[in-house]
Design a protein around this ligand. Structure first.
Ligand code: ZN
Length: 558
């Protein structure tokens, strides 16, 4: 692609051009912006290059030589990259008349590319830094066969239809509003309802599994964040302000609150493990460039808990959390997930021995559950290693949800203790963990997984009553009241519209059940039922209908 762009626009400068999970991109510095039609032009030139079947030749070069070469080519970004390479020798790749600085590896020749497609154009700051020049990024993808490419493009089309930002607006679930500020979510009635269903479920599950509810304030004095280490390690992400000369921060994490509850009295080993749970809303100053729908926001709520336990309880507690995660994902309709273990990062607190013990405990728990995992070297939190669980949605895309972090550091910083069986003081171990993760992100995943057509137990509106005429309205209202009293989420379409139009609108709203009421139904004290999943279900009494849906809700049928 870069070769094609350079041959079409010789003055365009090359930036980064890596391969990424589902394809590749390249950043260009070009005076005029790329137009969508340019992608066709570039693709055509790419096809020529593929047809020519140029060999990719790798060449190692002294840095000084490479500098000369790229100076001649006027590739200023490449020159900067060469300067950043610590080794004395760099590698370049050549194919046809095109030369590029590249670590490799490459395929043997351009003819090996069997199917490709350029997908989109986006702006991207050089090195991702906002004060640097804005380059133009072209995304593309390539596969070994046309069939694989076609499948991928179909998946992208499907993903576009399921985009939670689009569905969120269409189904009136939430909005992100410039007046409010970037990355701050406004829940509309249906979105707030969906969220509260999720919250109620997850809260109940925590209580069932031996967690205790706690609640902390949204702001706390800076001294606490100094004690926790956030002030030194996380300050750039925190919102700070002063009241009467005292500095405060809006909480970016819930841990210190829970720690202070633990520390409020002397603890005995008999009390442990203690599991504190909070639907904790936090605020983090994410860069505006990375904000994305509900997935990356500045204010979000975690189903957050901290487990204080003995060293010998750690592994069992981790297994309990893993079981909790798997059960929860199943209930919400996610069948598959992947697991990653992240180890000690450079910027971190605590000693080597504790880090190793923590990493061992996490991995041992995964082994006992026979779960496959990958290791992310150096990607742990600054206070401990972690397990990340990513759910896979209906399109097999991964979404970060649960995290389990082992922490030997914060109990030390806050001087947490318990009295052991021998009457001596010991340090408890602390686990940080979320099951759904951020409720915002989880809702984004749910919306896309179900393409907005939620199962009955989650649907913000479970059934809509559609009277055919003015004359059926009184009976329709009676049914509405009866269903509301049974705790169903019902709406009534009393508009003066044609039946077909009302049915169409209910379908667009993806409401699981329609109850159609005409004079005939009113006279016979029955309902005509249309289900989203099964179509026309015929006539039922109110009793029959409620029994059917109550069973479906109770069993959380997907
Ligand atoms: Zn925490």
């Amino acid at each position: 692609m870069a070769q094609a762009v350079k041959s079409l626009w010789p003055d365009a400068k090359l930036g980064f051009g890596p391969s990424i999970e589902d394809g590749f991109y390249y950043d260009f510095d070009k005076e005029d912006p790329f137009e969508p039609a340019d992608l066709d032009l570039i693709e055509e030139r790419m096809r020529d290059i593929i047809k020519k079947n140029y060999k990719f030749e790798k060449k190692e070069m002294k840095k000084t030589e490479a500098v000369k070469l790229f100076k001649k080519m006027k590739e200023k970004y490449k020159l900067e990259l060469i300067e950043r390479i610590p080794e004395d020798v760099v590698t370049i790749y050549k194919d046809g008349d095109f030369v590029d600085l590249c670590r490799g590896p490459h395929i043997t020749s351009t003819g090996e590319i069997k199917a490709f497609k350029l997908l989109s154009i986006a702006g991207a700051y050089w090195h991702g830094i906002e004060t640097n020049p804005m380059l133009q990024r072209i995304y593309g993808t390539a596969f070994e066969t046309q069939k694989e490419l076609d499948n991928y493009l179909t998946m992208l089309e499907e993903a576009k239809k399921r985009d939670h930002r689009v569905l969120g607006k269409q189904l009136e679930l939430f909005s992100l509003n410039e007046e409010v500020g970037p990355g701050l979510v406004l829940y509309h009635p249906k979105g707030a309802r969906l969220r509260s269903i999720i919250e109620d479920y997850i809260k109940k599950e925590h209580l069932k599994r031996g967690y205790e509810l706690v609640l902390g304030p949204h702001i706390m004095k800076s001294d606490i964040w100094i004690e926790s280490g956030h002030y030194d390690y996380y300050k750039e992400n925190m919102y700070m302000f002063k009241i009467e000369g005292q500095e405060y921060a809006i909480k970016p994490m819930n841990c210190p609150g829970h720690i202070l509850v633990y520390r409020s009295k002397t603890r005995s080993y008999r009390e442990l493990p203690l599991r504190y749970f909070e639907l904790g809303t936090v605020y983090r100053n994410e860069k505006s460039g990375v904000l994305h729908g509900l997935l990356r926001v500045r204010g979000f709520t975690q189903d957050d808990a901290h487990i204080f336990c003995l060293r010998e309880q750690v592994e069992d507690e981790i297994i309990k959390v893993i079981n909790f995660v798997i059960d929860t994902l199943n209930v919400f309709g996610f069948e598959d997930f992947s697991v990653e273990v992240s180890t000690r990062p450079e910027k971190s607190i605590g000693n080597d021995k504790d880090w190793e013990a923590a990493e061992r405990a996490l991995i041992q728990a995964l082994k006992r559950k026979y779960l496959n995992y990958t290791i992310n070297e150096g990607d742990g939190a600054f206070y401990g290693p972690k397990i990340d669980i990513k759910l896979k949605d209906a399109l097999k895309r991964e979404w970060q949800c649960a995290t389990i972090q082992c922490d030997f550091a914060l109990p030390e910083r806050f001087n947490l203790k318990y009295i052991g069986a021998d009457g001596k003081e010991y340090r408890p171990i602390m686990l940080h963990r979320v099951i759904l993760g951020s409720l915002e992100r989880f809702m984004g995943a749910l919306i896309e997984h179900f393409a907005g057509a939620f199962p009955l137990w989650l649907a913000p509106v479970q059934c809509i009553i559609i009277p055919i005429s003015e004359k059926a309205l009184a009976y329709a209202r009676k049914i509405e009241t009866a269903l509301l009293e049974k705790g169903m989420r019902v709406s009534l379409d009393a508009r003066n519209e044609r039946l077909q139009k009302k049915i169409r609108d209910a379908e667009i709203e993806k409401i699981p059940y329609m109850i159609i009421i005409g004079e005939k139904e009113a006279a016979g004290d029955v309902l005509s039922i249309r289900s989203k999943a099964q179509g026309d279900m015929g006539i039922m009494t109110l009793e029959e209908f409620t029994q059917m849906v109550e069973k479906e809700i109770k069993e959380k049928v997907r």
